[in-house]
Write a protein that binds this ligand. Structure first.
Ligand SMILES: NC(=O)c1ccc[n+]([C@@H]2O[C@H](COP(=O)([O-])OP(=O)(O)OC[C@H]3O[C@@H](n4cnc5c(N)ncnc54)[C@H](OP(=O)(O)O)[C@@H]3O)[C@@H](O)[C@H]2O)c1
Length: 332
């Protein structure tokens, strides 16, 4: 089968190769991939900034396709089913945080940037019928992360004011949709005028340009402050986000695209009774709740661009530059 593996000795850090078709283990299903989606994690692997990375592993956490074979312990009725997969493995017993065996499909185990992937049978779910292959592939990792950030860790209530930062990001676009779906008032930030205009058209009340000096003061003044802020950038915008939070506000972080914050204003944190909350992907229950919400409201992932598998390097470069609005998809 054709596949994209990590190969850090090459300039592009990845290689388009031919590998043997995976063998389905007892509790696994073999999926013929119809579409796979990028996540920033794939780029962190290219940069060598992800733990336990190995050259030769097939990248890609998200995918959707058709079950072609099942292992001896799996119901053969699954063969021929249209499915998408939950890339989170072995969360463990504690709802509050994943255990030490937690793993994500696509490193260190082989992922979805290939014609086939073998995954445990309990990781596959029927493809929502209102989604295309590209949309179904785009949903799982970012949808799960966004749902937990907004609804579980963020404990969003209807009527609250919520800022989703960097609306062009894969997770951010789902978070924005979930905020509106749950009856809250949506605010977004983006470096791009085009993305800000699109977010307003989709229902955001205001869209801020985080590239402008002191944007947070203007945002606080016009909005009156945020009950909840969901951010995947961290870096030097963290202190600005703390300015926009209402007293008692919650700031939920799922990523650090811009690195660590250079400073943390402890006085602002304790005096304003702010809560800084971390979040990562989600439990199986979070995944089920996210799917139910997507299904009930017929929500659709925003697809930024679709590339053939052999152009994965171009697709990853697009994500590295941050020019996308929504999810980038590969078709094997
Ligand atoms: N913890 C988890 O489970 C988890 C899951 C998924 C992702 N992540 C992490 O979360 C981050 C985002 O992931 P993603 O896949 O959604 O990434 P992505 O699609 O690559 O997001 C890139 C976006 O980040 C925004 N951005 C860049 N600098 C910013 C800043 N200073 N302030 C606000 N926004 C900024 C830009 O938005 P604009 O173009 O609109 O300016 C850009 O489009 C990555 O670091 C990723 O590793 C973590």
């Amino acid at each position: 089968m054709k596949a994209i593996v990590l190969q850090r000795s090459l300039d592009s850090k990845i290689q388009f190769v031919t590998l043997p078709k995976p063998v389905c283990q007892t509790n696994e299903v073999l999926i013929r991939i119809k579409a796979a989606a990028l996540n920033h994690r794939d780029e962190w692997c290219r940069k060598g900034l992800y733990p336990n990375i190995q050259d030769g592993i097939v990248l890609g956490s998200d995918g959707a396709g058709i079950v072609e074979e099942v292992g001896a312990a799996v119901d053969p009725k699954l063969i021929g089913q249209e499915v998408m997969l939950n890339p989170a493995l072995h969360w463990g017993d504690n709802e509050k945080a994943q255990g030490k065996n937690f793993e994500i499909i696509g490193m260190p185990r082989n992922g979805t940037f290939a014609e086939y992937v073998a995954v445990p049978a309990d990781r596959v779910f029927p493809k929502p019928s209102h989604l295309s292959w590209e949309e179904a592939a785009a949903l799982p990792l970012a949808g799960l992360t966004a749902y937990r950030a907004v609804a579980v860790q963020g404990k969003l209530k209807a009527g609250e004011q919520v800022l989703i930062t960097g609306i062009g990001g894969g997770v951010a676009q789902f978070a924005a949709q979930f905020v509106l779906a749950l009856g809250a008032k949506l605010f977004v930030s983006s470096s791009s005028g085009e993305k800000r205009a699109a977010a307003l058209a989709l229902g955001a009340s205001e869209a801020f340009d985080y590239g402008v000096d002191n944007w947070s003061a203007a945002a606080l003044e016009s909005s009156g402050g945020m009950d909840l802020i969901v951010d995947g950038a961290s870096g030097d915008t963290l202190s600005q986000l703390m300015n926009i939070a209402k007293p008692g506000g919650r700031l939920v972080f799922y990523g650090a695209t811009r690195g660590n914050p250079p400073q943390l204003e402890a006085r602002k944190l304790f005096w304003n009774q702010l809560q800084l909350i971390g979040t990562t992907m989600g439990t199986d229950q979070d995944f089920a709740e996210m799917l139910a919400l997507v299904d009930r409201l017929q929500l659709k992932p925003r697809i930024d661009a679709v590339f053939p598998l052999n152009e994965a390097a171009l697709a990853l470069d697009r994500m590295k530059e941050g020019i996308q609005f929504g999810k980038i998809v590969l078709i094997p």
